[in-house]
Design a protein around this ligand. Structure first.
Ligand code: WT7
Length: 634
């Protein structure tokens, strides 16, 4: 696969990718290892919300990210693991070693009876064994579904049931800053209310006391057994291009997270291609993606994209502020990181911690900086550029989604022009369009609209697990003939895109996607709560904060602060701490139209503190509630 090295090459590639799409992707796909070549590159339609790529091709993705590299770079480091505690030794794995570990865990899973097509939920913290587990699933053709370690037992149960999983991989506990997370206990609680699981594979990491259930399999014991047989280095399962590789749950505008399904070959080609070009990966780069593997960024740019390219990928167990706000920069200096990829929320929090945490940190190894997950504000962009990049590292502001599999709109570092706060230009193969409310394409520049994609790309979502109609409804029916992102965007006079935020009821809190309906459902589980409405509001560090307006039963005798505490606790139990509202006000009514629809526009203005901009309230059933809500929200 050739890297795009000049603006001219970008323009040529882009033109070819649109005019001659199949020939373009065919050429790129030839640089991978196939067991059987594909017969057609892309088939399907936007109307059906269904595409297939590299049809009839056969391959195993782990052979493309492990076996393929062994002859030339078997001794090169593939994975560096930096622990939560700086005093603990870091671990590293060469491609030979990673291959060995993945084959070992693959054989452990096989011996447990995990078969091609089975769904395996993985609930672990950021340790190398998580990477081994993910890749071991891919090796044997099992479909991994990683669940972020911050989700609650209830969230795990929902995902295990929705994915129809037969197996779970977890560990006794994980470390995040000065907290220990009892992962196994949370899984135990989750599994009391789910379908019957065949086995739970438990990695003992911290020697925490855990309950041993009948279905539990001890990682270390099983590993010893498989090792003693000394016959675990085996080829991967033969997979069809369109066989699902993984499911990852993400929030939408309805109350229930949906299982986004990605397929094998298309996802492989897309993550490898976008990694190489956006980050301008070169031999010897050390790539540090700070995202948790529980999110799509960790899947695509910590594991798959870098390893498919034979890069060295660094994973960090901890959090940016432990033991202090200089930790990322210590890691950069210690491991000579050259590509650094993080979220605006982390940048803002480190910026606000103060520049003293940068003093004496050697950041000269850095070559390229990336931003992902939410719009980056100008102040954070400038700080990142000046204080971290010292003015000489191109910044790529990468726009994409769980559903897109990989980066869609971004500059190619140092190759295509960048512009602060703009994601800029589409990757080859990506055809962004702005549509107005009537669904017509807006052709002029210097305008905003709803961001859609007019052409399929290899890494696109294939379905939502178990419910293709939902996939069609969510992404392909709002604007027939297009994939709809749910985002608004502005296009400048040079055709560059700036994302302006979600246009649906999805919030982006600290780069985590949360549906307002999901939070409302959770709040409504609290005893005493009658109804709630949740909106987002601008938050200095998190990007968006969660503001909840809640109506409670006056006969439920709790003090207001107790009721608010109970609501917060319920949300943590139902979803996880990431969804806890930042502000909760108890009100006696919500602004509703005569047909009973909540006017969120009004609540948003109140949450933003823009009381003067509330506008017309005469269409409300009871306009007086607005005064009460404003008084309480002050
Ligand atoms: C939503 C997707 C991208 C992987 C991590 C998040 C927002 C993402 C940007 C960006 C402005 C962005 C969008 C998108 N978003 N990247 N560079 N600039 N907004 O994936 O959880 O699926 O969330 O994040 O609103 O729709 P996700």
């Amino acid at each position: 696969m050739n890297r795009i090295k000049t603006l001219n090459e970008y323009s040529e590639s882009y033109a070819k990718s649109i005019q001659n799409r199949d020939a373009f992707w065919s050429e790129i796909a030839h640089s991978f290892q196939w067991r059987k070549p594909w017969s057609s590159v892309c088939e399907g339609s936007m109307e059906a919300g269904s595409y297939s790529w590299f049809n009839a091709g056969e391959l195993n993705i782990t052979e493309n990210l492990l076996d393929k590299h062994l002859t030339e770079k078997g001794n090169q480091v593939a994975l560096i693991w930096e622990p939560n505690e700086p005093s603990v030794d870091f671990r590293k794995f060469t491609y030979n070693e990673l291959h060995n570990e993945v084959c070992l865990v693959a054989e452990m899973l096989r011996s447990m009876g995990v078969r091609k097509g089975d769904r395996v939920c993985i609930y672990m913290s950021m340790v190398p064994e998580l990477v081994f587990s993910v890749l071991a699933c891919a090796r044997i053709g099992a479909v991994h579904s990683v669940i972020f370690g911050g989700f609650s037992a209830k969230s795990i149960a929902d995902r295990v049931d929705d994915a129809e999983a037969d197996f779970v991989i977890t560990m006794d506990g994980g470390l995040r800053g000065n907290k220990t997370i009892p992962l196994k206990a949370v899984v135990d609680e989750a599994l009391t209310s789910t379908r019957k699981i065949k086995n739970v594979l438990v990695y003992n990491y911290l020697n925490l006391p855990t309950e041993k259930k009948e279905i539990d399999v001890d990682w270390n014991e099983l590993k010893a057994r498989v090792l003693s047989n000394n016959d675990y280095i085996k080829p991967g399962e033969t997979m069809q291009s369109e066989d699902p590789l993984f499911i990852l749950y993400t929030s939408g505008s309805t109350g229930k997270p949906k299982g986004v399904v990605h397929s094998t070959a298309g996802y492989m080609v897309w993550t490898a291609y976008t990694f190489l070009n956006v980050f301008q990966y070169q031999e010897g780069d050390i790539h540090f993606c700070t995202a948790d593997i529980g999110w799509i960024t960790g899947h695509s740019y910590l594991i798959y994209g870098p390893l498919l390219n034979g890069s060295t990928s660094l994973m960090f167990e901890g959090i940016p502020t432990f033991p202090d706000a200089g930790r990322f920069w210590d890691i950069v200096a210690k491991h000579k990181v050259s590509i650094f990829y993080t979220a605006p929320t982390a940048i803002r929090s480190l910026m606000s911690a103060g520049d003293e945490f940068l003093e004496g940190k050697n950041l000269t190894s850095l070559r390229i900086l990336g931003s992902v997950g939410e719009p980056i504000n100008e102040e954070a962009w400038n700080w990142y550029n000046e204080k971290i990049g010292k003015g000489h590292c191109p910044i790529v502001d990468t726009f994409w989604q769980t559903e897109t599999g990989g980066i869609m709109i971004s500059s190619l570092a140092g190759v295509t022009p960048s512009k602060p706060v703009f994601a800029t230009l589409p990757l080859p193969g990506v055809q962004p369009v702005l549509l107005n409310e009537q669904g017509q394409e807006i052709l002029e520049n210097e305008t905003t609209g709803n961001l859609c994609f007019a052409q399929p790309w290899p890494g696109m979502i294939r379905t939502t697990y178990g419910d293709h109609a939902r996939c069609v409804m969510n992404y392909f029916s709002a604007y027939p003939g297009y994939y709809f992102t749910g985002d608004g965007a502005y296009r400048d006079s040079n055709g560059m895109y700036r994302l302006t935020g979600r246009v649906d009821d999805v919030l982006n809190v600290s780069g985590h996607r949360i549906g307002t309906a999901e939070v409302e459902n959770a709040i409504n589980h609290t005893p005493g709560v009658i109804e709630s409405a949740v909106v987002g509001y601008p938050h200095d560090i998190k990007g968006q904060g969660i503001f909840a307006f809640v109506i409670c039963d006056p006969h439920h005798h709790l003090e207001d602060h107790e009721q608010i505490q109970a609501i917060t606790k319920t949300v943590s139990e139902q979803i996880g701490a990431i969804a806890k509202p930042d502000k909760i006000v108890l009100v006696s009514g919500l602004p509703k139209t005569r047909s009973g629809k909540i006017m969120r526009r009004i609540l948003r203005k109140i949450a933003e503190g823009e009381f003067d901009a509330i506008g017309d309230t005469t269409t409300l059933l009871d306009p007086s509630v607005v005064q009460e809500i404003m008084a309480k929200a002050k």
